[in-house]
Design a protein around this ligand. Structure first.
Ligand SMILES: [Zn+2]
Ligand SMILES: [Zn+2]
Length: 244
C-alpha cells in the first residue's frame, strides 16, 4: 500500500462545479467528476425523431451527407460561372456535410432516451449533470458515464451507465523525466509510476501519465491532448486536469 492509499485528493478546491476527486488504492486510480448535460439543440431539426428515435438520426445524417455530395459534384459544375454563387453553394454543401456527420455522434444517446415503461422514443430528458467515473489499473482503463433521466411522457425516473463514444486504452511508458511536485514543490527525475492512460472522444485524444514524488509520495498527474490524430508531434501539455 502506498501513502496515498484510500486518500481522496480534491482538485480545484472551492469551486464546486469544477471539483473532481482522485482516489488511489495501490496502483488503482479512481477519478470521479460531473459531466455535462448533452446539448440537444441540433436534434430539434431532425424530423420524426419522436416516432423513429435513433433511426431518424441515421436517416437524416445519411441524407445530409449524400445531398451535400450530390450537389457539390453534380449540381455545382452545371451552374453559370459566378464565383459568389459557387462559394455560397459550396459552403452550404460543407455545412450539410458537417451537420450530417455530427448527427451520427447522437445515435447512442438518442437510443438511450427510449422509455423502458411507455416505450416512447426520445422520451427521456436529463434531470441532472451526469456522473463520470474513470478507473485506471496497471492493465486496464475504463470511463463510465451515468446519466439521469425522466420520461416526459409517463414521468418514469431512470438512469443508465455506459462509456458512450469514449474509447480507452493503455499507453506505453516513456523515459524518466524531471517533475516538479505540485504538493511539496521539490523536483526530481522520476520514471512513470504506472502505465499511462489514453482516451479519445470525437477525435480529441487525452493521455494521462503518473509520476510519484520520492519526497512526499504524492502522485503527480501530467495530461496531454491531441486534436488531430495521435501522431507523436501532435500532443500538447495540458497541466494536471485528467477530465474529458
Ligand atoms: Zn415513459
Ligand atoms: Zn512531493
Amino acid at each position: 500500500m502506498t501513502q496515498n492509499s484510500g486518500k481522496i485528493q480534491t482538485k480545484n478546491g472551492g469551486k464546486k462545479e469544477k471539483e473532481y476527486s482522485i482516489e488511489w488504492i495501490q496502483k488503482t486510480c479512481t477519478i470521479e467528476y460531473k459531466g455535462e448535460i448533452k446539448d440537444r439543440a441540433i436534434l430539434k431539426w431532425v424530423p420524426f425523431i419522436n416516432t423513429l428515435g435513433e433511426t431518424a438520426i441515421q436517416i437524416t445524417g445519411w441524407l445530409s451527407v449524400i445531398l451535400s455530395v450530390c450537389i457539390f459534384f453534380i449540381v455545382l459544375p452545371t451552374l453559370p460561372e459566378n464565383l459568389y454563387l459557387m462559394l455560397l453553394i459550396a459552403s452550404v454543401c460543407l455545412s450539410f456535410f458537417i451537420v450530417g456527420l455530427g448527427l451520427f455522434s447522437y445515435v447512442k444517446y438518442v437510443k438511450a432516451t427510449r422509455c423502458k415503461i411507455c416505450n416512447k422514443n426520445y422520451a427521456y430528458e436529463e434531470t441532472a449533470n451526469p456522473d463520470v467515473r474513470e478507473v485506471s489499473t496497471e492493465n486496464s482503463y475504463t470511463v463510465a458515464i451515468t446519466r439521469y433521466w425522466k420520461c416526459k411522457r409517463c414521468g418514469y425516473i431512470d438512469s443508465d451507465e455506459s462509456p458512450e463514444d469514449i474509447v480507452t486504452r493503455k499507453g506505453k511508458i516513456k523515459k524518466p523525466k524531471r517533475i516538479i511536485c505540485e504538493k511539496c514543490g521539490k523536483s526530481g527525475i522520476y520514471p512513470e509510476y504506472k502505465t499511462p492512460d489514453i482516451k479519445s472522444n470525437e477525435s480529441i485524444y487525452t493521455r494521462i501519465r503518473y509520476y510519484k514524488c520520492e519526497y512526499c509520495r504524492h502522485i503527480n498527474i501530467e495530461v496531454e491532448k491531441a486534436y488531430s490524430g495521435e501522431d507523436s508531434s501532435g500532443w500538447e501539455s495540458k497541466g494536471s486536469d485528467p477530465r474529458l
